[in-house]
Design a protein around this ligand. Sequence first.
Ligand code: SF4
Length: 214
Amino acid sequence: METPKTPTPIEHRIREGLSRLDSVLRSEDWVRARAAGLNPTQHAILEYLMGRAEGAAVRDIAFQLGVSQPTATESIAALERKSLVVKHASTVDKRAVDVCLTEAGSAAVMTGDPAPGALEQAAGKLSDSDKEHLLMTLVTMIKRLQDAGAIPIQRMCVSCRHFRPYAHAGAAKPHHCAFVNAAFGQRDLRIECRDHSMADPSLQAATWGAFHKG
Ligand code: SF4
């Protein structure tokens, strides 16, 4: 078949590119999960629970992982049998249960080769400005997906009530984290921060506006 003279829309080719990266991630996830004696879904649940001392509801875990609630429930039951997670009554809703990591569960997440995988190594070969640009693009894409309801709100700086974008305009480290009371640069933006505290919707909108304007 003749190669078409015009390529498919750029959005389609971006998706193709991301899917190639996803296949590398999936294969690395398999290796790390196997090292811990788990399957990738079980391992991803333990990773999600890391740094969430209060635990998480089954439906939130399922939404985060992009799996059905029955699949999440089944994986959580397997983790419970291995004593890697425990369930307890939710502090928010007494009728609900939250799933929490045990000490053995934390240890299982840390099992495996801590060396950077192929994707991190490839990212390491980008120039500093390309890395920063890519991080910004990822933050923006994640924000758009959150707004569309395709993924849950992530613990990123841009949705955190401690984030003060461009509080130090013109400085090498223009942003400020009120939690640790320190300036930080564009390249230090978090995608997953344990100290994240959700800003209310109006503050999130104002923060995003200030961040993008800057
Ligand atoms: S607490 Fe974490 S997520 Fe919030 S602004 Fe500071 S570094 Fe960013």
